[in-house]
Design a protein around this ligand. Structure first.
Ligand code: NAD
Length: 292
């Protein structure tokens, strides 16, 4: 198993900032990078505030939270972030072209032994890895939102991922206090494939006027014991992210994953979820934050 000391996280959006939080708390020197400097500043504030909340709730000891915060650094370019990293976790938007661009660059600037991981929710790690000269050192590390609270980490073994890379990723997951499941690559892995299906069906029901979003959410929470309703969840995940996943599943697995037209329409309207203050539901406080 490879010794991992430094982790770089590329993309400081919803997921990247959470992964950086968990990595720093897991004892790793962590460097978080984003193309947008304002996003990095927001990420830094949010990580500090989430660490403080964890201390208040007695989940993390104050010195551990401070030490985690000290272990975090911020970088304005992929080169600066990834040059010295033993593991890079990419968390840029769910588009194959973006992932390929980042992996091509990472392959050039990182040491040959550095492990390159993607947090993609559905895309093929084998395809992403194929643009590098280190396919055996590429792997999927699929975290869940919000990362600092969610226990699961899906580790996705691509066609050429080697045993050392797999063992190292599992070890990192454990240090980040996650429960790990390992799966052989397949579109949408376990969770995204099932979740996209439930969420898409909910949009079809809304489109057909079967029930209100509130009642569909209520039915799944109280009748099926889901902790969140499908619309509450898609607002948290981002409707754009969910649409990208469904489009990919539709392309790779077939007709039953065709995105509901109403979901497509919401994305066209810019109703991308809580991050922009408007998704299926309205979030006036989040809208103000998103503008600042
Ligand atoms: N949102 C979720 O609930 C969720 C859950 C699991 C996995 N994922 C996956 O995580 C990945 C990121 O999703 P997200 O929700 O955090 O997206 P997001 O839109 O919140 O964040 C993406 C970030 O990447 C930055 N970025 C874009 N291009 C970049 C580049 N070339 N270099 C550096 N930074 C760049 C953007 O500025 C943005 O801050 C996607 O692959 C998504 O499928 C998302």
């Amino acid at each position: 198993m490879s010794q991992i000391n430094t982790i770089a996280v590329i993309g400081a959006g919803i997921m990247g900032r959470g992964i950086a939080h968990a990595a720093a708390l897991g004892g790793y020197c962590t460097i978080l990078e984003d193309v947008l400097p304002a996003t990095l500043r927001k990420a830094e504030n949010e990580i500090r505030s989430n660490l403080d909340k964890a201390v208040e709730l007695g989940k993390v000891a104050a010195p551990d939270a401070d030490a985690a915060f000290q272990r975090l650094q911020y970088a304005g370019s992929v080169e600066e972030a990834a040059r010295e990293a033993d593991l890079v976790i990419e968390a840029v938007p769910e588009e194959m072209e973006s992932k390929i661009e980042i992996f091509t660059l990472l392959d050039k600037i990182c040491r040959p032994t550095t492990i390159l991981a993607s947090n993609t929710s559905s895309l093929s790690i084998t395809e992403i890895a194929s643009v590098t000269y280190r396919a055996k050192r590429c792997i999927g590390m699929h975290f869940f939102n919000p990362v600092h609270k969610m226990k699961l980490l899906e580790i996705v073994r691509a066609l050429e991922t080697d045993d050392d890379t797999l063992a190292s990723a599992i070890e990192v997951g454990k240090h980040m206090r996650k429960e790990v499941v390992v799966i052989k690559e397949s579109p949408g892995f376990i969770t995204s494939r099932i979740n996209a299906m439930i969420g898409n069906e909910a949009f079809y029901m809304l489109q057909e006027g079967i029930a209100s979003p509130e009642d569909i959410d209520k039915a799944l929470k109280l009748g099926l014991n889901h902790p969140m309703g499908p619309f509450e969840l898609v607002d948290l995940v981002g409707l754009d992210t969910r649409l990208h996943i469904l489009e990919y599943l539709h392309k790779t697995l077939g007709e039953k994953y065709r995105p509901a037209p109403l979901l497509v329409q919401y994305v066209k309207a810019g109703r991308l979820g809580k991050k922009l203050g408007r998704g299926v539901y309205e979030y006036p406080d989040a809208a103000i934050k998103a503008k600042n």
